[in-house]
Design a protein around this ligand. Structure first.
Ligand code: TNX
Length: 517
């Protein structure tokens, strides 16, 4: 008995001391948490003479790394006032930031990196330029938070503690979705969100481009989709759309940040904007009225009409030509006005059209329940069971609404907009789960946090919903489950507040994290 009590006490106290040690070992603010971080004595101080040296395995790679160096230089410019020299020469012994893919470890994969900081400089080594880009995000977070100020900061030492970091992601898919159909957001607004998300190593941005309330992507063969279908939004605002050139510009901006833009055309439901643009998509040959409310499930394409499939093929073809992503998201959710057998036939046929244009189809559940859908399609799991997907060995992106929906309110009072049909999602709920709670590890590609915008019509409110929850989603996607706990995370999150502040992000300063607010 005594032995039992003693052992009980010692296990409890061991656990506690582990937690404390954990908390104490947080001498960095990095989110997502790197696999290993070891601090050493000394520090590296960046000054106006610091040089960014670059070296790839060949000239092409060096040119790509040069762009990453330019990006880093830009990110450090406003606050430091320094105009770093970027050099392809052999690195000097001191005062360097060195970005290289030479002599890397292959175990780092595409996105992993090693950072070594000494008093002489900062060296980042990765297999691929992409890994260097991810490593740079870590480097930025190692500097004082003032580094993100858009104004010159004087009287500060731009120092980084000597350290060694080894890091690579758990999941290859770490996404943010923005619904630009319910409310339209401009090219510049989306680019800003892409840039902010990139610092947390988000690598996919899914754009929900069409829905009942709006069609947001120019299709040259069907100009009325945007002239009519893009002319409004929820609440009857002016709406808008991206020309193909604008879409390409968003894609390139994302590519420069190693983010893949995934376009979605939602079908066969959520299609009123298309039905309002072209009569031939409707049984009576007439255009439907535009819709600016927030109901779901009332619209459907005609699943037995060849004109529908011709239309879809044209749309998929045009978008595929301007979208380098390997994926094409075909929607498939809430088709409540489509009979189940018609839905099954439709999603099966459309998935083949998508594949014909060289893309991997992604669909929301219940797409996995259609007999024609197999493991060549990816399930984005938001609500229903993914039993069929498991049986069929389909890869999955986990977006369970009660955990990952950015349009859910934080709590009953905050904010005044937002929804709660999937429950409230406070910061802890958003963080404290794992994709493997919902699907077997071998089928999980990763995680995505969707922001639906029925109630969100401006960037301030958008940022309030996204931040700080996205930092948690980014960490769930990057850091293995075994390496993260809420108690330790929340200390790092608190420290990240200063950075978000300097970046001008309108985040929710929840007093559970940020005391004295
Ligand atoms: C469900 S999630 C939807 C969307 C809504 C969202 C609101 C999904 C695939 N469909 O149409 O915007 O809920 O939270």
């Amino acid at each position: 008995m005594v032995i039992l009590i003693v052992s009980l006490i010692s296990t409890t106290s061991k656990k506690e001391s582990e937690v404390i040690a954990d908390a104490k070992s947080i001498n960095n603010t990095i989110i997502p948490r790197p696999l290993t971080y070891k601090e050493n004595d000394g520090k590296f101080i960046i000054n106006k003479d610091t040089t960014i040296f670059i070296k790839g395995k060949d000239d092409e790679e060096t040119a790509e790394i040069a762009k990453i160096a330019e990006y880093l230089k830009e990110k450090l410019k406003a606050s430091t006032g320094y105009d770093f020299n970027i050099s392809k020469n052999e690195i000097e012994k001191q005062n360097y930031i060195y970005l290289t893919t030479v002599n890397s470890e292959s175990t780092l994969g595409d996105e992993g990196y090693n950072i070594t900081i000494t008093s002489d400089g900062a060296k980042i080594v990765a297999n691929k330029p992409e890994g260097l880009f991810r490593g740079i995000q870590t480097l930025r977070q190692l500097l004082p938070p003032e580094i993100d100020s858009s104004k010159l900061v004087n009287d500060i030492e731009w120092s980084i503690k000597s350290s060694k970091i080894y890091d690579k992601p758990e999941y290859s898919y770490r996404g943010l979705m923005i619904d630009v159909a319910r409310h339209f957001f401009t090219e510049e607004e989306i680019k800003k969100q892409i840039d902010i998300a990139a610092q947390y190593k988000i690598n996919r941005v899914h754009l929900h481009l069409t829905d009942d309330q709006g069609w947001r992507i120019e299709i040259k063969k069907y100009p009325d989709l945007t002239i009519i279908g893009g002319s409004t939004e929820v609440g009857s605002g002016p709406g808008g759309y991206y020309t193909q050139e604008q879409f390409k510009s968003i894609v390139q901006y994302a590519v420069d940040r190693y983010i893949e833009i995934i376009p979605e055309v939602d079908m066969p439901g959520h299609t009123n904007a298309a039905l309002a643009s072209y009569g031939f998509l409707n049984p009576d040959g007439k255009r439907k009225p535009l819709y600016t409310g927030t109901d779901v499930g009332f619209s459907t394409l005609m699943t037995d009409s060849e004109k529908t499939y011709e239309f879809i093929e044209d749309v998929v073809k045009e978008i595929s030509q301007i979208s380098p992503s390997k994926y094409f998201h075909m929607g498939g959710d809430e088709a409540d006005s489509t009979k189940k057998e018609d839905y099954n036939y439709f999603v099966g046929r459309v998935s083949k059209i998508v594949e014909k244009y060289g893309k991997i189809p992604i669909g929301w559940d219940p797409i996995d329940t259609a007999p024609e859908i197999n493991s060549s399609v990816i399930l984005q799991n938001w609500k229903d069971s993914n039993e069929d997907a498991r049986k069929k060995n389909m890869n999955m992106i986990i977006s369970i609404a009660s955990k990952a929906y950015l349009d859910m309110k934080y709590n009953e009072n905050v904010p005044t907009y937002g929804l709660n049909w999937a429950g409230y999602i406070p910061i802890e709920t958003a963080y404290d789960w794992d994709p493997t709670d919902f699907a077997p590890r071998n089928l999980v590609l990763g995680i995505e946090a969707p922001l639906w915008t029925e109630t969100i019509d401006n960037v301030e409110n958008m940022e309030f919903m996204i931040y700080p929850r996205l930092l948690g989603y980014a960490e769930i996607g990057w850091t293995p489950k075994s390496e993260r706990t809420w108690n330790e995370y929340k200390i790092r999150l608190e420290k990240q507040g200063a950075k978000m502040e300097y970046e001008g992000i309108n985040y929710y300063k929840d007093n559970i994290i940020w005391k004295n607010q």
